[in-house]
Design a protein around this ligand. Structure first.
Ligand SMILES: [Zn+2]
Length: 362
């Protein structure tokens, strides 16, 4: 693909496994698909949507923060697979930009809603304390609900909307709360120099489909504006009859890192990092194989202790010290036998609980 519009040479590529499409720098070779990590990206003639973005949010998380966050993320995993070392995660780190739309649109129409006005009710409570009655003032917040209606006419800017299918799942993984995980106000005009050698996830959602989602966010913002204009603290049952101007679209790239580690069956498990905040997310897996060798090791020591006990009992049964030693060894055998399956139980239980973050996200 000619890369003039993007400011640098980029090739179209697709994953044979999950079919996700990317733009790849020519010197990148055939990178592992950052979406599923199950296949390498293969060249394809062209992408369906080839327009370059207007804005790009540069990678800005410091190396030290990245290391600290990765270390904190992996720390609580018991019986870590060998590839879950910090150095290995660092070596696999792949910068990937994902696309997102921002819509600007004007809206006009009428609305009605139930608006809630908070007010304080002061009362006093009598309490018997230390032999006397004490009066205590109590302030309680109540809400008065009133119907309100009005007109709205205004312009909304930078309404986020998805440009690829797994946008919502990825955004939820890259932050802690329901708040959008990036500060998009720090975006800069797109240039090939900011993009450098990062992979770019191709946009695949048409503006018309993205508009359906942007409109929900626009309605949420409009409802909030109407509540503020009515001077209310709460609102319910917002409904409106609105017309929208033709939305203006901006395509923007968001920075993410993908790294990975292998589980016992050699599946690569993705670890995703927000390239702005350093927030880490991924499926945490303990190695059953590692736990198993610990269990076998404990079992072997238990067997050794038992054999020593038997040897002492058979050969040196007459001395008092030997009998004492045999007694201690027998207790040790019992404890080791009980402890032997613990590593496997811990690893199995850990993997059973940590299953939520699975799935392809790019
Ligand atoms: Zn893939």
């Amino acid at each position: 693909m000619s890369g003039t519009a993007w400011g640098l040479e980029l090739h179209a590529a697709q994953c044979a496994n999950c079919r996700s499409e990317f733009l790849v720098a020519p010197n990148a070779g055939a990178p592992l698909c950052p979406g599923c990590l199950a296949a390498r990206l293969e060249p394809i003639p062209a992408l369906e949507h080839t327009e370059p973005p207007e804005l790009i949010l540069p990678f800005s998380v410091a190396d030290a923060t990245l290391d600290a966050n990765l270390e904190r993320w992996r720390r609580d995993i018991p019986f870590k697979p060998a590839s879950l070392e910090l150095a290995a995660l660092r070596k696999q780190l792949m910068p990937v930009y994902v696309p997102m739309y921002l819509a600007d649109a004007s809206v006009w129409g009428t609305w009605d809603a139930q608006m809630g006005y908070d007010y304080l009710v002061a009362s006093s409570e009598e309490r018997y304390s230390n032999g006397q009655w004490v009066s205590q003032r109590i302030n309680e917040t109540r809400t008065r609900w009133e119907p309100r209606a009005g007109e709205i006419s205004r312009q909304y800017e930078n309404i986020p909307a998805p440009a690829f299918e797994n946008h919502a799942a990825l955004m939820a993984a890259l932050g802690d709360s329901n708040v959008f995980p990036y500060d998009t106000s720090r975006a800069v005009p797109y240039s090939g120099e900011v993009l450098k050698n990062a992979l770019v996830r191709a946009s695949e959602i048409e503006n018309a489909a993205a508009w359906n989602i942007a409109r929900l966010e626009l309605e949420r913002r409009a409802a909030n504006d109407c509540r503020a204009a009515a001077g209310a603290q709460r609102q319910e049952k917002f409904s409106w009859r609105a017309a929208f101007g033709e939305p203006h679209w901006t395509l923007m790239l968001l920075p993410t890192y993908v790294t990975s580690y292998s589980d016992d069956d050699n599946n690569r498990l993705p670890v995703r990092i927000n390239g702005q905040t350093g927030h880490v997310s991924g499926l945490k897996r303990a190695s059953m194989k590692k736990a198993q060798s610990w269990s076998l090791g404990l079992g072997a020591v238990a067997l050794l202790a038992f054999l020593l006990t038997v040897l002492i009992a058979l050969g040196l049964i007459l001395t008092r010290q030997a009998l004492n030693a045999a007694g201690i060894l027998l207790v040790a055998t019992l404890l080791l036998t009980l402890a032997a399956p613990v590593p496997m139980i811990v690893a199995w239980q850990y993997n059973r609980v940590n299953v939520s973050a699975k799935g392809t996200m790019l």
